[in-house]
Design a protein around this ligand. Structure first.
Ligand SMILES: [Zn+2]
Ligand SMILES: [Zn+2]
Length: 433
């Protein structure tokens, strides 16, 4: 039997990659703390109907990308392809929206974790990928839109991702969007021949997405298309002005992009993207928008909401490109050179760990050369050698593996948990802001 392998499109995140993921998660947590966003962890599995309603039947995700199956009880379940629908379900189910809907502060949440989409692995797409998600419920004013964008910029900024630029647009509302949609369909139909096959189909289902198409022919058509900004109703216009004013007040650099759209029908007013020039060509790192209609669509109260999602793998790729260097994996590698040195070495290992140091210890007396090889492979910062002379003299020999400097440290001190502090774990000298 050939050895087992992982499922196609499902990637193992190996120990050497974890420090990058930890950096991203730490940046999310730290900025969420500063902005007052609380973490929520909905399950990865939901009823299929949640996504059919919450994402929409006529979308690529629902049509062909969902991991859906019948569970043994006969119910159709789906691995979440995105986070928003599940979070919206959870906040309604647990009554978390009540305060905000009664005129209180907005409910501010974030989530992190894996999403699942049956995409094409040959394009380098993962079928299990990770996202950071931020959602704010219950506030329809323009300030919160700008706040969410500022939070996104600050998470990316903390990671040291440079060349950031925000783009923003307003897609209108249930009053001004239908007439705009009609004008857009009229225009696109007049140039139907120039559109790609996908976009011709989108004309009937989701015409706004044509503006989003990356094919040169469609981009050419989009360039002279009527924009939602030209037809905003007075309320939407005031809201958009409010968003731009708040962005300026928060010091967020942005530009207005009338071709920026979100694929789903319940998106309303604000749509935004953040681009980075960090990988050469400028490209979108994250996007989001206002989705005031979602909670009602899921059978709950009508709560305004805005949020964004960021692909973690993309951030990890940016961070790797920035050349961050890994800090030593462990502070001390304990190297007993004789059998007699084993008991006191074990005691030292335990005492140092108890006082907060990371220690690698294997309980084996080996030749120094073998120990040094192991310590090097492990990425240890310091080696503590205990041999015959050391035992007799009551000390250990401490060697710094970077500088090769050596010094004697009394065993009694080490057994009391005292040792020089060494920074370990994570990434240093690179992306950390
Ligand atoms: Zn409007
Ligand atoms: Zn197209």
């Amino acid at each position: 039997m050939p050895p087992m392998t992982a499922v196609r499109g499902f990637k193992d995140i190996l120990p050497q990659e974890i420090p990058y993921y930890a950096l991203v998660e730490d940046a999310m947590r730290e900025m969420a703390r500063r902005y007052g966003y609380e973490e929520i962890r909905p399950p990865v599995l939901e009823r299929t109907g949640l996504f059919r309603r919450g994402i929409g039947e006529a979308t690529d995700i629902v049509e062909k990308e969902m991991y859906s199956f019948q569970d043994p009880g006969g119910e159709s379940l789906t691995l979440r392809p995105e986070a928003t629908a599940g979070i919206a379900r959870a906040v309604m189910e647990h009554g978390l929206l009540e305060g905000a809907l009664a005129g209180g502060r907005a409910l501010r949440l974030f989530a992190m974790g894996p999403m699942f989409r049956h995409e094409r692995p040959q394009k380098g797409r993962l079928r299990q990928f990770n996202q950071l998600d931020v959602e704010a419920f219950g506030d329809k004013g323009p300030y919160i839109d700008a706040e969410v964008m500022a939070l996104l910029m600050d998470i990316l900024g903390r990671l040291g991702i440079g060349g950031l630029e925000a783009r923003v647009n307003s897609l209108g509302c249930e009053v001004c969007r239908p007439p705009y949609r009609e004008r857009l369909v009229g225009y696109l139909s007049s140039r139907r021949e120039e559109l790609c096959e996908d976009c011709r189909r989108r004309l009937g289902t989701n015409p706004l997405r044509v503006l989003d198409c990356k094919r040169p022919g469609c981009r050419e058509v989009a360039r002279s298309a009527p924009t939602s900004l030209d037809g905003l109703c007075p309320e939407c216009l005031a809201h958009f002005d409010g968003v731009k004013g708040s962005l300026s007040a928060l010091g967020i650099p942005f530009s207005v992009d009338p071709l920026l759209v979100r694929g789903l029908d319940y998106y309303k007013r604000t749509a935004f993207e953040v681009l980075s020039g960090g990988l050469g060509a400028q490209s979108a790192v994250a996007g989001g928008g206002r989705y005031d209609g979602l909670t009602a669509l899921l059978g709950g109260p009508d709560a305004p909401a805005i949020g964004f999602a960021v692909g973690v793998e993309r951030l990890v790729m940016l961070l790797k490109g920035m050349g961050g260097r890994k800090a030593p994996a462990v502070a001390f590698y304990l190297a007993p050179l004789t059998e007699q040195a084993l008991p006191r070495s074990a005691g030292v290992a335990r005492a140092l760990r108890a006082s907060g140091h990371s220690v690698a210890y294997d309980g084996e007396a080996l030749r120094l050369k073998t120990h040094l090889k192991r310590a090097d492979k492990l990425g240890a910062a310091m080696v503590l050698m205990v041999g015959e002379d050391e035992l007799a003299g009551g000390y250990a020999t401490l060697r710094d593996l970077r500088t090769h400097a050596q010094e004697r440290v009394p065993l009694a001190e080490l057994e009391a948990g005292k040792a020089p502090a060494v920074a370990t774990g994570g990434i240093t000298e690179g992306p950390l802001a």
